[in-house]
Design a protein around this ligand. Sequence first.
Ligand code: BG6
Length: 488
Amino acid sequence: MHYRHEPRFPDNFMWGASSAAWQVEGATAKGGRTPAIIDLNSKKKKPFADNSIASDHYHHYKEDVALMAECGFSSYRFSLSWSRIIPNADRKVNPEGLDFYNNLIDELVKNNIAPIVTLYHYDMPCWLEEKYGGWLNRGVIEEFEYYSKVCFEHFGDRVKYWLSINEQNMQIVYGDWLGVSKGCDNWFEQKWQINHIMNLCHAKAVIACHEMVEGGKIGPVPGMVPIYPETCRPLDQIAAMNAEEFTEKIWNDTYVFGKYSNFVKNYWKNNNIDPKIMEGDEELMAQAKIDFFAVNCYRSNTAKDAPLDAEPREYLLNKDGKKGGLQFPVNPGEFALTANPYVETTDWDWEIDPGSLRYTLRYMWDHYQLPMMITENGFGMHESLGEDGKIHDQARIDFLRDNIYQVGLAIEDGCEVWGYNPWSFTDLLSTGNGMAKRYGLVYVDVTDEQINQAQDISELSLKRIRKDSFYWYSKLIKSNGKDWGRDD
Ligand code: BG6
């Protein structure tokens, strides 16, 4: 649809931004927190900084919330660090961990900013891994349920929007990159066992949230990368559907319908995969009715047919921000991904495709008829302070403007969308490139090199500096999506 008018956003639309504990908090050894597997994983990514300091949000949270309020936020999506709340296998709840999150939540509420809280964003505690060997052990399910209940009990009076597991699909697709494959020796089969365990964790959290949080709503957070067929050749269309299944649809169907689809069941059967589903598991999954989808979406992909005799090729992400480092995968018999000549790409070879956000929202709405909120979308770039001490991030403004416009169009198309929370508010660590790949509306004055060299945190500035995109976004959201800041 083309419209003759500008898109309109609902009056109560939630405008904010997004983060995750291990990427923003720092203070990994403070306040009683114990290590998480992701800490160890992030240490392997040198020369990029690990997460011991990150944006030091742990010590700057008041200032950060004040900046959110100044910007005009009505929501903020962040995650809780499991090992800050439950630091050891004895399951004792850490009062200092609770204090930190209670203070942050109070500060948000005081400023009329609705907290949107993710229970799990890639940071399994090391104690859990030591006790059970990682995600592959069903013991994790009960621990996750216990942890979720602790969170609902302590924060549920003020937090009404809950997210279960961040990008479960991407954790399974990218295994090692996000640290979930620990303890596995046959990833091909075991990833489906881990996936099943994650589905049960998600289900337990959904059920507990509805039981414990008055007026609470909970949803999963799929990482959505919509797939276009390379051509109108029918085989390419089927390949695009395969890619969609293997990267996102299998997960979304399971969350909504509470059971595994014929597509994935046949795939397991044909490949002798035993996901280790036990009696009662699917009943539990069916009981867990989600209220909404939290949608992460940055880009699109393009797929083409890959015959059985095609040469297999691994998916290699661009890990340093030098254009051209990404390698598209070829999965014989399923699909191959390929470049899209119609879109530009970022320095990390991510497609710049605002229309993909509208496509995703339409797709999700058509398939599931559930409300959605955008919990991630954004533009990662190399950035450093200019001579004037400022950040003129016009490319990010263009990206956000074009993407938010598409959200508006999706709303005009009839999709129910509750809010938009781009990644990220302040600069924070990227999953693989530390501070070298920045997403924030607010610059944090620190580099990977400085973090790596500092003997003590007091040597670092960590000053917050509003970027041009902060001012642009502020105007847009204060006008509820009317002031696009265009020159015309
Ligand atoms: C999302 C994750 O998939 O992408 C975030 O939920 C992540 O944790 C974001 O930071 C951007 O990816 P990256 O690799 O650029 O940090």
